[in-house]
Every structure is written in C-alpha cells, then in structure tokens.
Design a protein around this ligand. Structure first.
Ligand code: ACO
Length: 311
C-alpha cells in the first residue's frame, strides 16, 4: 500500500486564551498543580466561535497552502466528538462553505482523541479506490461545550481548536499503521443526556492505558516500516498530558528533541491535537520535504492509532 504524504497543513484556535490562573478563579485549583501534573499552562476557549468556524478556518488554510484545485479532493473527513449538529456532519458544512463539487464525499468520524489518525488511515485506504488523489482531513473540537466548569478534575485539562491537512498517497512514502480499540466506556465518556452531557474521566486508568497502548502502537508501526526510532526526526503523540508523552518516550528509548510537545499552549484538544502539532512542525520549518513523522494517539473508548506520515 502507498504511504501517507502530507501536502499541506493548517490550524485555527479561538481568540480567547484561558490561563491556569484564570481557572483558579473559577475552581479550586492552581497553576502549579496543573503545570506539574499535565504540562498545561494555558488553552484557547471558544466564546462565540462554533466548531465549524475553527474547522473551516484550518481547512481553508491547508487547502490554500496545498495549491491543488479544490475539486481534486476525493473526500473531506472531519474527526470530532464535539460537533455543532448531530446532522449534517461538520464535513458536509465544510463542503458547503468551500463550495466543493458533488463528487467530493464528506463525512465525520468519531474516534475521540485518535480521530484524526483514524481518519488519515481510512483516507489512505479509500484513496486507493478513487480516481482523485487528495483528501482533506480535519480534526476540530469545541470541547468547552462538553465540560462541567465546576469539575476541576476535567475542566482544566482541555482546550478548543482545529487542525487540517491535505493528504495524498505516494508509493515513495512508506505505509505503516496500527490501530485498535479497547471497547472501554467507563474510563472516559461524555453522554448526550442533557443533565449530564459532560466529559467524565478516571484520570489514572486513562493515564496507564494511554502509556501502554501508545508505546505498543509506536513499536508496531516501526516494526512494520522496518525502521528504528533514530531514523524518525519527530514523534507526535496526542497531547493529553506531558507526563504521558515523557513516559512513552522513555518506554521507546527516544529523546526529548524527537518528542514534540505543545500541550502547554493548547491543553488537550482531542482530535485536533495531532494536526495542530503537524502544522506547527511544518510552519516552524522543523520538518522538510521527505521527513517522516511517527504519529500516535489514544482516546475515549480507548481507541488507539499509530502511523507514519511523510512530508
Ligand atoms: N487542581 C487541584 N487539585 C486537583 C485537580 C485540580 N485541577 N484535579 C484533581 N485534583 C486533586 C484530586 O482531587 C486529588 O485530591 P485528593 O488526593 O485529595 O483526593 C489529587 O488532586 C490527585 O488527583 P489524581 O487524579 O490522583 O491526580 P493525578 O496525578 O492522577 O493527575 C490527571 C490527574 C492529570 C487527570 C492524570 O491522571 C492524567 O493526565 N490522566 C490522563 C488524562 C488523559 O490523558 N485524558 C485524555 C485522554 S484523551 C481523550 O480521549 C479526551
């Protein structure tokens, strides 16, 4: 199978920045607790913005930067667990706003924080059946709409944002991916029940599972690609907790320079965290054409996915 090539990236966050000190005015917490337990210093939170505003802005940026004709897209997939509407999908709303042709398929995918990588892996397989070469993949979340602002054990951990990538598949890029789901409900859930439509989390069990499954996924991807970690300039883990990322790094025997961390600025943005990170790597010039990046994610339902992308 052809490997996944990133053609262009984009990202968007709401204007409002909420610091740890801002949270300390609302719930019994403090900057030191949040920083040392998670690495988070601040996050962006929506005021009037909707999920679609963030997703569309990131999608437009990626599409403009790609230089492709928008109707060369075979599909738009949006990964999210916090859509504005039950239906139509966020992807269909992006389709409408970008005035894409009817031959471009659009749908959402919910695999929580692993959603962007689930969408990338799916797109790579689906593109094999298509005449058109490109897919627009967006991870977009308005998690502030799913938070209990009185529950300090969850509300301080998350942020809103979106990231996007125009991708294609290329026979010169190595395809390597590993995914799965542990079918877990109690560890992390958010129901539609109006009385209780908030994120609930058993932090410690999520932490342990995240370290184990992300490390295993990364090992499987490297073995499948027949490359060593030293050959990868950057590893992008889902940004849920800096301590989780450091534990995965230790498990794999990597270095701090390799393991990208930006959770300090954004908090956990779920499906948006990996595309926001990929966009930062690209914008900063840290990755150059031909570089391979190992991405690994873990999320609610204890979904997990690792895959190699080539810039
Ligand atoms: N400020 C201050 N104290 C707090 C806060 C807070 N915001 N939140 C909890 N505490 C208190 C607790 O009440 C507890 O107090 P107690 O000892 O008096 O009972 C104490 O701090 C320790 O709580 P723990 O839950 O044991 O803290 P821990 O060190 O495990 O850190 C954390 C909690 C940060 C949530 C950690 O478990 C974690 O990161 N887990 C993984 C989270 C994660 O990855 N989630 C995202 C998954 S991805 C997705 O799909 C959305």
């Amino acid at each position: 199978m052809k490997g996944i090539q990133i053609v262009a990236t984009g990202s968007a966050v709401p204007k409002k920045v909420m610091t740890n000190d801002d949270w300390a005015k609302l719930v019994e917490t403090n900057d030191e607790w949040i920083r040392t337990r998670t690495g988070i210093r601040e996050r962006h939170m929506c005021e009037n913005e909707r999920n679609i505003d963030l997703g569309l802005q990131a999608a437009r940026q990626a599409l403009e930067r790609s230089g492709i004709d928008k109707n060369e897209l075979a599909m738009v997939i949006v990964a999210t667990f916090s859509p504005d509407y039950a239906t139509p999908s966020q992807a269909c709303m992006i389709h409408e706003a970008l005035e894409l042709s009817a031959s471009v398929a659009a749908f959402d995918m919910n695999a929580a924080c692993s959603g962007f990588l689930f969408a990338l892996k799916s797109a790579a397989a689906l593109l094999e059946q298509e005449d058109k070469k490109y897919a627009l993949i967006v991870g977009s979340e308005k998690i502030s709409s799913k938070l209990d602002f009185t529950d300090r054990s969850t509300c301080v951990l998350f942020g809103d944002g979106a990231g996007a990538a125009v991708v294609t598949t290329d026979e010169n890029a190595v395809f390597a991916a590993d995914w799965g789901s542990l079918g877990n409900k109690e560890g992390l859930y958010c129901s539609y029940d109006k009385e209780d439509a908030y994120v609930h989390m058993d932090g410690q069990s999520v932490f342990k599972s995240a370290v184990r499954t992300m490390s295993e996924c990364a090992e499987h991807v490297l073995a499948q690609a027949e490359i060593s970690l030293e050959e990868i300039p950057y590893v992008v883990c889902h940004q849920a907790n800096e301590r989780i990322i450091k534990s995965v790094m230790k498990q794999l025997g990597g270095s701090e320079e390799q393991f990208f961390v930006n959770i300090g600025k954004y908090g956990n943005t779920s499906a948006a965290s990996i595309p926001i990170a990929l966009n930062e790597l690209k914008e900063s010039g840290a990755v150059k054409a031909g570089d391979r990046v190992l991405c690994v994610a873990f999320g609610a339902g204890f979904t997990h996915c690792g895959l190699l992308v080539t810039f």
